[in-house]
Design a protein around this ligand. Structure first.
Ligand SMILES: *Cc1c(COP(=O)(O)O)cnc(C)c1O
Length: 351
């Protein structure tokens, strides 16, 4: 605490990201990074972008990247906003659309950054309870509110909601923005992007961090009708005109266009996820059906907090949330095939 902090800063509750160890080498299954690395074509494009041109500012409107994303989604560029990681895109969306008088709604268990943005931008919020099997109940999002945020698939549960349910929420909230965070959609579930032409209140946010293996580069984007995208540009151009640097713009576009690498690595992660799920079930874990690049698992007898600590001792990091309702669960990212095997081997000796 400092006497120089503004009242808002005094009340902030910053998000705590998963551990990024600097010295020790761990098998890192704690932050949902993609173990297979970025597309080689993205790396080439990044290398080609390092040169004298770095003395020049990048394209402030990310036109080539937005056009590339738009054309494969059968939309035009004015339906796409690009930002410095989807976290920044989400923050701008909260700022642009949720400062109304009514509280916004999101599930009680979801991405922990949402309440953080609410505090930062003084947005009131209410939590919708999940049902007993951690599913989101669409009817909880039908009352008056200032907006809705749904992560689909949800984090950290990994559960996907059918598109009809998203559509029901859109229909129940025609006068506020419904923000659908699709950070994990490429690993399962149906994207709401196809609903964009039909709903003027829908904003879908995706990221290059997970399925495109570019977490270190910080690129995310939003898809919505042009009036929403323009709102995001108004916020961005009042904050930082150049959120994406030249390397990110070049690397992200090449990664987007390399569908072969994308599909190959995604399919491998999905196959390893199914195998890991079976192996953990054999070891006495309950595993929620995952549509993501991680699984959410709870053991019948051994507390999650202890498994988390013991795995760390064995050089394996997984994510544990000391939070009501999920404090006996572990979120485990899908690593390489070898890393998944190593995890099962250690768990087998531990349990
Ligand atoms: C990882 C994640 C993000 C953030 O992704 P970045 O693009 O790396 O900022 C957003 N939402 C959810 C639910 C995530 O898990």
């Amino acid at each position: 605490m400092s006497r120089f902090w503004s009242p808002i800063v005094q009340k902030l509750e910053p998000y705590t990201p998963g551990e990024q160890p600097k010295h020790q080498t761990f098998i890192k299954l704690n932050t949902n990074e993609n173990p297979w690395g970025p597309s080689p074509r993205a790396l080439e494009a990044i290398a080609a972008a390092t040169g004298d041109a770095l003395r020049l500012y990048p394209d402030p409107s990310a036109s080539d990247l937005r056009a590339g994303i738009a054309s494969s989604l059968q939309l035009t560029s004015d339906h796409i906003f690009a930002g410095n990681g989807s976290d920044e895109v989400l923050a701008h969306a909260f700022h642009a659309f949720f400062s109304g008088k009514e509280p916004i709604l999101f599930p009680e268990i979801t991405y922990a950054f949402y309440p953080t943005y609410c505090k930062l931008y003084s947005i009131e919020y209410q939590l919708a309870p999940l049902d007993s099997d951690f599913c989101i109940n669409p009817s909880d999002f039908s009352g008056a509110c200032g907006g809705v945020v749904i992560a689909n698939p949800n984090a950290p549960t990994g559960l996907a909601m059918p598109l009809e349910n998203i559509e029901a929420i859109l229909k129940a909230n025609p006068d506020v923005v419904v923000l659908v965070d699709e950070a994990y959609i490429d690993f399962g579930g149906q994207s709401a992007v196809q609903l964009v032409p039909d709903y003027d209140n829908l904003l879908v946010v995706q990221t290059f961090s997970k399925s495109r293996s570019l977490a270190g580069m910080r690129v995310g984007f939003a898809v919505g009708q042009p009036h929403l995208i323009e709102g995001l540009h108004r916020v961005k151009d009042s904050f930082n005109s150049y959120p994406l640097d030249r390397l990110s713009l070049a690397g992200a576009l090449a990664a987007w266009e390399d569908t072969e690498w994308f599909e190959k690595t995604r399919d491998q992660i999905v196959a390893d996820r199914e195998k890991l799920t079976e192996n953990l079930q054999t070891l006495g874990f309950t595993v929620l059906p995952s549509s993501t690049n991680f699984i959410f698992a709870s053991h019948a007898h051994v507390p999650a907090e202890r498994i988390h600590a013991d795995l760390r001792e064995h050089g394996i990091l997984v994510r544990y949330f000391k939070k009501e309702r999920i404090n006996d669960w572990l979120r485990i990212s899908i690593g390489t095939t070898e890393e998944c095997t190593a995890l099962v081997k250690v768990l087998r000796t531990m349990l």
